[in-house]
Design a binder for this molecule. Structure first.
Ligand code: ATR
Length: 264
C-alpha cells in the first residue's frame, strides 16, 4: 500500500498541494498517495489523530491551523519554533516543522533569480504569515529588514524578537525605498492593498505577494509603478518540495511543476 499524506485546513477544497505532491512523487518514483482533509474549526487535533491512526504518515497544514499544529508535538524544528507555527507534520515521528520561510527564500533567490544577501527588504504584515518567514529572510543575509503593519504595535513586537529588524507603521515608510517588498498581509484576499505611501514601489523594486492565484491590488500597484512583480505560487511549490524532503528524504525538482501550474 502507498504511504499516505494529506493537506489539512479549512477551507481546503481548492488546495493545489495534492497535484503538486503527485507530480513530485511521479518524478522521484516515490510511492505515495496525497489527499485533502477539511477539519472542523474546533476539531483539528482529532482529525490529525484519526488520520495517523489510519496509517497517515504526514500532513501539510494550512489556514487556520498552523499555530495549533505547532502546539501538537514536543519535537519541533528550530524554524518551526521561530515561526511559532507548523505547516509540516511527520506523524510517524511526532515531529513538527515549518517550510514556509525557506520556500519563500528559494522562490526569490532561485526561481526569480533575485539575490537577498545585502538587500533592503520591506515585509508588510505582522500576522502568522509574516512571522513564518522573518527567520528565513534574516538567515538569507538581508542587510536590513523593515516590518510594517497597520496595527503598529504588532510590527514592533515581531521586530523585537529579531536582531537586525525594525517595526513601524505604513506612514513611516514615506520617502523610503527598498530592493524587495514582500506582502505577507491577508489584504489581497479581501481585494485590498496595504496603504503604502507613493514612491515605496519603484522601477528597481521586486514586489512579491505571498497570495497566489489572483491579481491583488498590491501587485497591480507594483506593476503600475513599473516594479517587477511576483505572486506566491513559486513559494507554494518550494515549501511543498521542502516538506516532501522532510518526509521522503528526496528533494524533487520544482521548476517543471511550477511551469506546469503557471501554464494551467
Ligand atoms: P495571517 O496568518 O494570514 O498572517 P493574521 O495573523 O490574521 O493572518 O494577519 C493578517 C495580517 O494582514 C495582519 O498583519 C493584518 O494587519 P493588522 O495586524 O493590522 O490586522 C494584515 N491586514 C489584513 N487586512 C489588511 C488591510 N486591508 N490593510 C493592511 N493590512 C491588512
Amino acid at each position: 500500500m502507498s504511504d499516505r499524506y494529506a493537506v489539512i485546513g479549512n477551507p481546503v477544497a481548492h488546495s493545489k498541494s495534492p497535484s503538486i505532491h503527485a507530480e513530485f512523487a511521479r518524478a522521484t518514483g516515490q510511492d505515495i498517495e496525497y489527499g485533502r482533509i477539511e477539519a472542523p474549526l474546533d476539531g483539528f487535533a482529532r482529525a490529525v489523530e484519526r488520520f495517523r491512526a489510519a496509517g497517515g504518515k504526514g500532513l501539510n497544514v494550512t489556514l487556520p491551523f498552523k499555530q495549533e499544529a505547532f502546539a501538537l508535538y514536543r519535537d519541533a524544528s528550530d524554524r518551526a519554533r521561530v515561526a511559532k507555527a507548523a505547516n509540516t507534520l511527520a506523524l510517524d515521528r511526532s515531529f513538527a516543522d515549518n517550510t514556509d520561510g525557506v520556500g519563500l527564500v528559494r522562490d526569490i533567490t532561485g526561481n526569480l533569480g533575485q539575490p537577498l544577501k545585502g538587500k533592503r527588504l520591506l515585509l508588510l504584515g505582522a500576522g502568522g504569515a509574516a512571522q513564518a518567514v522573518v527567520g528565513a529572510l534574516l538567515d538569507a543575509g538581508i542587510a536590513q529588514l523593515t516590518i510594517a503593519n497597520r496595527t503598529v504595535q504588532r510590527a514592533r513586537d515581531l521586530a523585537a524578537r529579531f536582531a537586525g529588524s525594525l517595526g513601524c507603521g505604513y506612514d513611516a515608510l514615506a520617502g523610503k525605498s527598498f530592493d524587495i517588498v514582500v506582502n505577507a498581509t491577508s489584504a489581497g484576499l479581501a481585494d485590498e492593498s496595504p496603504p503604502l505611501p507613493a514612491g515605496v514601489l519603484g522601477r528597481h523594486t521586486l514586489a512579491y505577494d505571498m497570495v497566489y492565484g489572483r491579481e491583488t491590488p498590491f501587485l497591480a500597484a507594483a506593476r503600475s509603478a513599473g516594479a517587477r512583480s511576483a505572486d506566491g505560487l513559486g513559494m507554494l511549490v518550494e515549501q511543498a518540495a521542502e516538506s516532501f524532503f522532510v518526509w521522503r528524504g528526496v528533494f524533487p525538482a520544482t521548476r517543471p511543476v511550477l511551469e506546469k501550474l503557471r501554464g494551467a
